[in-house]
Design a protein around this ligand. Structure first.
Ligand code: ADP
Ligand code: MG
Length: 236
């Protein structure tokens, strides 16, 4: 489905939450690299899609009612084969039904297992006085504990993106701290500009959360994404 189709379908269903699959589809259309992510509505489908994508894979619950998927036992990573996928599918369903009894669960998303990289977060929130702002920071503990993030008002250009990646306290980690792989910072800057362009061109987006993005020495990939639509009516 195209971005326009996804947005109008969500509006028709009177929902403001998009699934991870929908969010990655939209971000992909905006030129942002995301892990390939496909919906499976049954255990059998989860296996056949895993086989097509290639092991190891990741399975995650797909439900508009469950936005924090790990909290509900809805994420199983690094599944090496068919048996592991079947077991993970059953465990996700059991655990998510217990965690959120009324939730409308459409199935699981099957995605390729991304290799480990430097964890980044990017996103967009609406500020009451400034309107949409984009956000950049290091992921994991650094963002949760230190709130090491930078913000800019939309729209941003490449110079703003360069400032954003330079401003964070932990920027040394992007440069390959203590022999670790460095991050492809120009690629991250390009992603920030694309995110800003998308937000600027698309009315009715309330919030975007790309957490985590894995950054490598060559490229970067969005591993999880959430998009919330504004609740007031917008005509697309
Ligand atoms: P949540 O809704 O709880 O934020 P995530 O989709 O972020 O769920 O998954 C939780 C964690 O699992 C991520 O932070 C990441 O470390 C890992 N993970 C998720 N998807 C993938 C993937 N496709 N490849 C590798 N690791 C992944
Ligand atoms: Mg996440």
């Amino acid at each position: 489905m195209t971005t326009a189709e996804i947005l109008s379908q969500a509006r028709e269903e009177k929902r403001t939450v998009l699934t991870e699959i929908e969010a990655k589809q939209i971000l992909g259309e905006a030129g942002i690299n995301c892990t390939r992510t496909v919906l499976a509505a049954s255990r059998e489908e989860a296996v056949s899609i895993s086989e097509e994508i290639g092991y190891p894979v990741v399975l995650k619950v797909s439900s508009v009612d469950i936005t924090h998927k790990s909290d509900s036992g809805g994420v199983k990573v690094n599944l090496p084969d068919k048996a592991a996928v079947e077991k993970a599918y059953d465990e996700i369903m059991t655990s998510c039904r217990a965690y959120a009894p009324g939730a409308d669960i459409e199935g699981v998303s099957v995605q390729g297992m991304a290799k480990a990289g430097i964890e980044i977060i990017m996103g967009m929130i609406r500020d009451a006085s400034f309107g949409p702002v984009v956000m950049f920071g290091l992921g994991g503990v650094l963002v949760e504990v230190l709130k090491d993030v930078s913000f800019r008002i939309v729209p941003i250009d490449n110079n703003d993106a360069v400032d954003m990646t330079s401003e964070i306290q932990g920027k040394k980690l992007l440069e390959g701290y203590r022999g670790q792989e460095s991050a492809d910072v120009p690629c991250l800057q390009e992603m920030l500009v694309k995110l800003s362009d998308f937000v600027n061109d698309t009315p009715g987006i309330e919030e975007i959360d790309m957490n985590p993005v894995f950054a490598y020495s060559d490229g970067a990939v969005v591993v999880d994404a959430r998009i919330i639509l504004s609740s007031e009516r917008v005509n697309f």
